[in-house]
Structures are given as structure tokens and as C-alpha cells.
Design a protein around this ligand. Structure first.
Ligand SMILES: Cc1ncc(COP(=O)(O)O)c(C=O)c1O
Length: 360
């Protein structure tokens, strides 16, 4: 295990090892949190959730309260839902259960969310990379032709992080139907996109759909994500889960958030409006090429000669956190920025314009 961790930690130590994840004290536009969820509203329901909880008691085991609420809201059975301490915990469980023996392999469609590789490698499995097409689409043909005897899981992120693109549903379903493998469809950003396959997850024996309360519902700090799918598959994951991993306040918040879904839908609409605004502003910067997004972030390419790593470093020094994605396949010189409030979006555009001017 120590050997598996060494390449991840390298020489970095303590807080420093995770500084790129902190966003501490900065304008937070690097982690795809949702700052358009009204703070007063969020605080009010958080206070109500806290009131309903007795902190001396362990939480309902296996996220039972939250799982029941989600099942009821979707009209499915409770055993078709697994709730985790963020969808990160669900990814960790998937890797532990399906990918922990030597020689077991997961396919990832790159560029994509890096945690699929992380959890697979910690569990002891391997990942095989299939590249997205030049315009960041999913090719079912390429994925299916990469499947072999060692393939156990195929991770598909749609809308994809960091490109923001939601893949064509027929391409995804073709992989589900023809691969004969466990498909993990990570829909962390589907609330901002035209469609979701979560309604169809129980129709297929091999499809697991991941959703989260961290993004659209502004609950990143409380940690609640979930997986929908075939009860038999989920039973394996639940068996490997620690009983009290989802805290009581997060479970009550899930209940309150779903009771107030209409209000959250209005916050989601604001994200989409701001996304359009920010894309248009980026398009107006000379040489900058933003990609159309179905998520709450935008990927854009900087003009040749202006280095994405240097731009992100300078913005960070000025107190604004965005993500350099330039080292990922197909993403040379690309940066990912989270859609935020109008004030933050304007601040970002001004700072980016200034930084590009200094570097030109
Ligand atoms: C694609 C994707 N999946 C999962 C996650 C993890 O979300 P959670 O906060 O539910 O652990 C993220 C977070 O950035 C993400 O981008």
C-alpha cells in the first residue's frame, strides 16, 4: 500500500500536499462548488437540519434516512440506492469491490475526472485509457474495442469533468448493452445538463449511476453523494461500506433539500444563465476558446504562447483559484473555471484579461 501512495504524495508533506485543493482565502472557482445557492437559504435549512439531529447519537446506518428519501422521490426501491460520504466514497467502494485484485482493470475515457484512476490504483487495480474524440465526444466503438478479459469496470463521466460535455445517450447505452461490464456513469453535473440516465438505471443489471448533492445542491462541505442501480450490485458495495460514514446532518439536509427542490431548481437556472454569460465574456477575449458546457464550469483554451500553468499560478497569487488542465490528454493549454456569482465572474474576467496582457 505504501508503494501505491508514494507516487501520489511524492516529496510533498502535510498541508502542502493538498494545497491545490484548498481554495482557502481565495475566490473559489476551482472546485466546481455552487456559490449560486443562496447563502441565507442554505444556512436556514442547515439550521433546521441541525435542530432535527441529536449529535450524541450515531447516524442512521448506511445513510438509511437519505436513501429512503431519494428512493421515494424517484419512485424506486430503497435497495436500489446507496448513499455515500460524497460520491467520492462510492467511487472508493466501487474500486475496492470490483478492482482490488491484481490484473483487474478499469477503462476510463480521457480526459476525465482524475479520481477514477486514483481509487483504482489505491485498490490495486489498473486503468486503461481510451481517448475521447477530438471534439471531446465518447466513441462507443473505441471503448468496446478496448474491453478484454481483465476489464471489470468502465467509468464514464457525463457531463464530463473537465470538458463539460454531456455525451450522446445512445453511445453510452450502447456501451451498457454491449460491454457486459459494470458501467459507472458519473452524473455529478447532470442537474445542469439537458438529460440524465438516472431514471433508467434500474432497467439494466450492469449500470450504476452516480449523483451528488455537492454541486447543484451546494452541499459540498457536508458530503453526500449516491449511487443508483441494480440492488444486487449495490448490495456488494453496501457490504464493503462502513456503517456510519454518512453523518446525521447530511442525511437530514438531503431530506430538506429534496423537500425544497423547486427552490434549488431556481439556483440551477441561475448557474445556467451565468454559464452563458461567462462563456460569452470568454469568447470576447482575444484568442481564448471556451468550450460549450453542460456543467457548472467552463473549459477554455488559451492562445498559443500564453501558458495555462503560468496564468493559473498568477491568478492564484492574486487570490483567485481556477484549475490548470493543460497537462491532461487533448487539453494542452486549457484552464477550467467554475461558474460563480456575477461579481466573481466579472472579477475573474478582469483578472484573466490583465494576466494575459502581462504575458503577451
Ligand atoms: C465528476 C465528479 N464526480 C464526483 C465528484 C465527487 O463529488 P462528491 O463531492 O460527491 O464526492 C466530483 C467532484 O468534483 C466530480 O467532478
Amino acid at each position: 500500500m505504501v508503494d501505491r501512495l508514494r507516487p501520489i504524495l511524492g516529496e510533498r508533506k502535510g498541508r502542502e500536499a493538498y494545497s491545490s485543493l484548498s481554495g482557502e482565502g481565495k475566490v473559489r472557482m476551482g472546485l466546481n462548488e455552487n456559490m449560486l445557492v443562496n447563502k441565507f437559504f442554505s444556512d436556514t435549512i442547515l439550521a433546521e437540519a441541525t435542530k432535527r439531529v441529536d449529535a450524541r447519537e450515531y447516524p442512521p446506518p448506511k445513510g438509511w434516512t437519505a436513501a429512503r428519501t431519494i428512493a421515494e422521490s424517484m419512485g424506486i426501491w430503497e435497495d436500489e440506492v446507496l448513499i455515500g460520504n460524497g460520491s467520492d466514497e462510492v467511487l472508493d467502494l466501487i474500486a475496492k469491490v470490483f478492482l482490488s485484485s491484481e490484473g483487474r482493470e478499469a477503462i476510463v475515457v480521457d480526459p476525465t475526472f482524475e479520481m477514477y484512476k486514483f481509487y483504482t490504483s489505491i485498490a490495486g487495480g489498473r486503468t486503461k485509457q481510451v481517448l475521447a474524440t477530438g471534439d471531446f465526444d465518447l466513441s462507443a466503438e473505441s471503448v468496446l474495442s478496448a474491453v478484454d478479459d481483465s476489464t471489470k469496470v468502465i467509468f464514464i463521466c457525463s457531463p464530463n469533468n473537465p470538458t463539460g460535455k454531456q455525451f450522446n445517450r445512445d453511445e453510452i447505452l450502447r456501451i451498457v448493452e454491449e460491454s457486459g461490464r459494470v458501467i459507472v456513469l458519473d452524473e455529478a453535473y447532470a442537474d445542469f445538463a439537458p438529460y440524465s440516465l438516472s431514471g433508467e438505471c434500474t432497467e439494466y443489471e450492469n449500470l450504476l449511476v452516480l449523483r451528488t448533492f455537492s454541486k447543484a445542491f451546494g452541499m459540498a462541505g457536508l458530503r453526500a453523494g449516491y449511487c443508483l442501480g441494480n440492488a444486487r450490485l449495490l448490495e456488494w458495495l453496501k457490504a464493503a461500506q462502513s456503517p456510519f460514514s454518512v453523518n446525521s446532518i447530511a442525511q437530514e439536509m438531503v431530506r430538506l433539500v429534496l423537500e425544497n427542490k423547486k427552490v434549488y431548481e431556481s439556483f440551477i437556472r441561475q448557474v445556467v444563465e451565468e454559464r452563458n454569460y461567462l462563456t460569452a465574456e470568454l469568447e470576447m477575449l482575444s484568442g481564448v476558446d471556451p468550450y460549450e458546457s453542460d456543467a457548472n464550469f467552463i473549459l477554455f483554451r488559451l492562445p498559443k504562447g500564453i501558458d495555462s500553468g503560468e496564468v493559473v499560478r498568477r491568478l492564484g497569487e492574486c487570490g483567485l483559484d481556477v484549475r490548470d488542465r493543460g497537462s491532461l490528454p487533448l487539453l494542452e493549454n486549457c484552464v477550467r473555471v467554475t461558474v460563480s456569482t456575477r461579481e466573481n465572474n466579472l472579477k475573474f474576467i478582469e483578472m484573466l484579461r490583465g494576466t494575459m496582457g502581462d504575458l503577451a
